[in-house]
Unconditional design. Sequence first.
Length: 195
Amino acid sequence: MNAKNYFFSAIVVTALFLAIVRTNAQPPPPPPPVSDNQPPGVADVKALAKAGVSDEVILSHLRNSHASFHLNTADILSLKDGGVSEKVIDFMINTASASPVPPSPVSASAPPPPAPMSQAEAVEGAPPPPAVVEQVVPAPAPEYVWIEGQWVWRHHRWVWLAGRWALPPHPGAVWIVGGWERHGGRSVWVEGYWR
């Protein structure tokens, strides 16, 4: 076999091989549909942290999504293992407490929480409804502090702010519970804060 025939045979064999490979190859599956109106989940936050996205960008994304996370201990540990910072985890924990819907009572014998008062019924300075009995879940880490749930005055009505674990801003910080204070001759609701 001369060089010209050998070269021609090699080209024919290569062309046949490529044709067979192309006809047997399956196209890649389409990417999963992306929904812009879906709030981010725990897996999304872990993926952002793993990709090296900064805490500020993740927090901005979470704030803008208005998502409410009801994290259990396994979720919190998964976030920690996934490289999500304490700052982001703390924010996610506290989103559940911003929900205006009171949590369900712990036992069947506890009375259901009262319905929120309408703006017409709300009187500034009126006492709050009875406290909601809550179940305290295990702390995400030893340095977290439990902040008990309480009724807070928002937009001229009482809203239940669920209990939550929070990371104090500095060692020795103490949580001051919100309440009514007198300022300039009138009663003003002051939110809880760290001191």
